[in-house]
Design a protein around this ligand. Structure first.
Ligand code: WT7
Length: 640
């Protein structure tokens, strides 16, 4: 850590330790103080009221306070920075004009859209599904929902019609927001057509609002589909924000778990807002006036907290990029950095690894001298990529904040703070304020000191999810029943002798592909839905760029003779069922899967075969038919 950094940082190391101590020893006063970063309509009298134990289970923060997050992101900035840029939008193609939207204009657009939602009958507490690419209107739609107390559910625009339909149905949305087409890397994505397809399965949707992006000629259904621009034109720019209770729902975001059906992670208003704002400020050492860019999609939680809510609550200028890192060429990210003089850049290791492979020449064509802080999120960053990020992108000048967190946690949980935390490449380092990590062994015993174990969090923090939409029992079972009285993260972790945390990856049946979380069970159920497939088991495999790739073992029905054509067909099938992010990297046809005598698939063995680690298969003697394993090994495709 360069000395000048420590001297100028918002929080230095001594202050970090002092604030951390207060946050866990005196949470009432710490959080009461930190919550002042927001404008409350009615102040709360108690900050924290939480328990992870079954008999009095409950998570409530600032529970008698009221506020509106849209007003906190917009209205309160108007007097002081109404003419500042809230969103810089950089389109897919560098030759298309960009957009700069001031806080004043964003406020007006949000009010118009909020009034439109109301005119379509959307009331407080109702769900609105947003299926939009990276366009400013995605932020407008989110903030409009927050303004009127509707709960948004964003579905990543890369998901298939089936996946979209499942999410619309699960949260019972009556209104969907989309575009004619999306545009990514020069390719058009037929979003409205996907919605039309999805809605064949969802009878409850009454209204679709369609933003024009490419101007493609798309069918509009009379009485159901409305053009965004003409619909908002007649709406007023005045829409008073609803007074929301701190614990009123803000949004649902679906994420994969170890069972087949994605979970609707529910976040509420007050705690999430405090957490998003606080972490955005401290993790990035954010100062007013800085240009900040988080390269995540709004379809993921990173986009919610660090493209929209955190930065806008803090009055920042947030860059929103529609495109991809390598279009039109692998300089694109760093050209955008130069174009807007970005000071804080936050991206995913998978993109860095892909760019690293293209060579340093693409980087050296750009200046990047505006950069001060670099962030990483979504998956472990391997030391090689870390060093490249640090040396080549940041020229040794910029601290790297490797932020560990989850959809469930709302914001960064374990992360360095610039200038306060000596960095170790590959380690997410130390806990954020109020976060109390612990390592437990398989029997649930807490392990102290330098050790390896399962990562749990022993007490609540404001940004924690509050429930699984429609299934509170599943919420408790998934996160609080494995190790009693703690939140179970699903991650394995090592703590070193300095108390630094090193996330080692998921220990449940979840894999992380390009920083995107996939449930292996979801891919399996997509595969077995194919008429020729009898059984499937999916595991992760190491992948140079994606972090993990998808390795599928497939058993076909008896009369089927599996060949390359079927392999291609199955890959297409999964893409269609879930979306391109679930594309299997390897499909190995298997006459049989390794099962115990009671019929349970032994995934441990399949994982090892996927990893090509045949020397560590462990005990196979309890298998019903141990020869199955020999067959799988003999027929494992040789991968590059
Ligand atoms: C899982 C959560 C964080 C928001 C985007 C992903 C993995 C995330 C890191 C990191 C190592 C990481 C974990 C976690 N993960 N960040 N810095 N180092 N692993 O959110 O889709 O809910 O996935 O991503 O395994 O459990 P998500």
């Amino acid at each position: 850590m360069p000395a000048e950094w420590a001297a100028s940082a918002l929080i230095d190391e001594a202050r970090y330790f002092e604030m951390y101590r207060r946050s866990v020893e005196e949470p009432e006063s710490f959080w009461t103080e930190e919550a002042k970063r927001l404008d409350w309509i009615k102040p709360f009298t108690k900050a924290k009221n939480t328990s992870f134990y079954e008999d009095d289970f409950g998570i409530r923060w600032f529970e008698d306070g009221t506020l509106n997050l849209s007003a906190n992101c917009l209205d309160r900035h108007l007097a002081t920075r109404g003419d500042d840029i809230a969103i810089i939008w950089e389109p897919d193609s560098p030759t298309e004009p960009n957009r700069k939207i001031t806080y004043r204009d964003l406020h007006a657009e949000v009010c118009r859209f909020a009034n439109l939602l109301k005119s379509k009958g959307i009331k407080r507490g109702e769900r609105v599904t947003i299926y939009l690419p990276m366009v400013p209107e995605a932020a407008v739609a989110m903030l409009a929902c927050a303004r009127i107390g509707a709960i948004h559910s964003i579905v990543f625009a890369g998901f298939s019609p089936d996946a979209l339909a499942g999410r619309i149905t699960d949260c019972d949305s009556r209104l969907v927001v989309t575009t004619d087409e999306g545009l990514r890397g020069g390719r058009r994505v037929p979003l409205k057509a996907n919605v039309d397809e999805a809605l064949k399965q969802c009878s409850g949707v009454e209204t679709v609002i369609v933003l024009k992006r490419t101007g493609a000629d798309i069918p509009m259904e009379e009485g159901r589909d409305f053009d965004w621009a003409s619909a908002v034109a007649e709406q007023s720019t005045d829409c008073p924000p609803e007074e929301m209770n701190a614990e009123d729902p803000l949004f649902i975001l679906y994420t994969s778990g170890s069972t087949g059906k994605p979970k609707g992670v529910l976040h509420t208003t007050g705690g999430y807002a405090v957490w998003a704002s606080l972490t955005h400020q401290y993790v990035f050492d954010y100062r007013p006036g800085q240009i900040y860019w988080c390269a995540a999609d709004v379809g993921w939680v990173t986009g919610h907290s660090y493209v929209v809510y955190g930065p806008l609550a803090n009055g920042a200028t947030t860059v929103m990029f529609e495109g991809v890192p390598n279009y039109p060429d692998p300089s694109r990210f760093w050209q955008i950095v130069d174009k807007y003089e970005v000071e804080i850049f936050y991206g995913a290791p998978t993109a860095l690894r892909a760019l690293m492979r293209e060579g340093d020449e693409w980087v050296h064509r750009t200046s990047r001298k505006s950069l001060r802080v670099l962030g990483s999120v979504g998956e472990p960053i391997n030391p090689e990529a870390w060093e490249w990020y640090h040396k080549v992108i940041g020229e040794g000048r910029c601290p790297i904040v490797d932020t560990w967190w989850q959809t469930e946690t709302g914001g960064a949980m374990i992360t360095p703070l610039p200038g306060a935390t000596p960095l170790k490449p590959g380690s997410a380092s130390r806990p954020m304020f109020g976060v109390q990590p612990a390592l437990v062994d398989n029997d649930g015993n807490v392990i102290e000191g330098a050790a390896d174990g399962c990562l749990v969090i022993t007490d609540s923090w404001p940004g924690q999810m509050r429930t699984v939409w429609g299934d509170h029992e599943r919420f408790f079972q998934t996160y609080f029943s494995t190790f009693k009285g703690t939140y179970f993260t699903g991650d394995g972790c090592r703590r070193d002798e300095d108390g630094y945390y090193w996330i080692t990856g998921r220990i449940d049946d979840v894999i992380n592909v390009s920083g995107h979380r996939m449930g292996t069970a979801e891919i399996e159920s997509a595969l077995v839905a194919h008429p020729k497939v009898a059984e499937a088991a999916v595991v992760g495999m190491p992948h140079e760029i994606k972090g993990q790739g998808i390795y599928a073992f497939v058993t076909c029905n008896a009369e089927v003779d599996p060949d390359d054509a079927l392999r291609k067909e199955l890959v297409q099938w999964v893409r269609q069922e879930i979306g391109p992010i679930a594309t299997p990297d390897v499909i190995q046809f298997a006459p049989g899967l390794p099962k115990t005598r009671s019929g349970k698939i032994m995934r441990r063995i399949l994982r090892k075969i996927g990893e090509n680690d045949m020397s560590n298969l462990g005990d196979t003697s309890t298998l019903a038919d141990p020869s199955v394993v020999d067959n799988l090994i003999a027929n494992r495709p040789q991968l590059a």
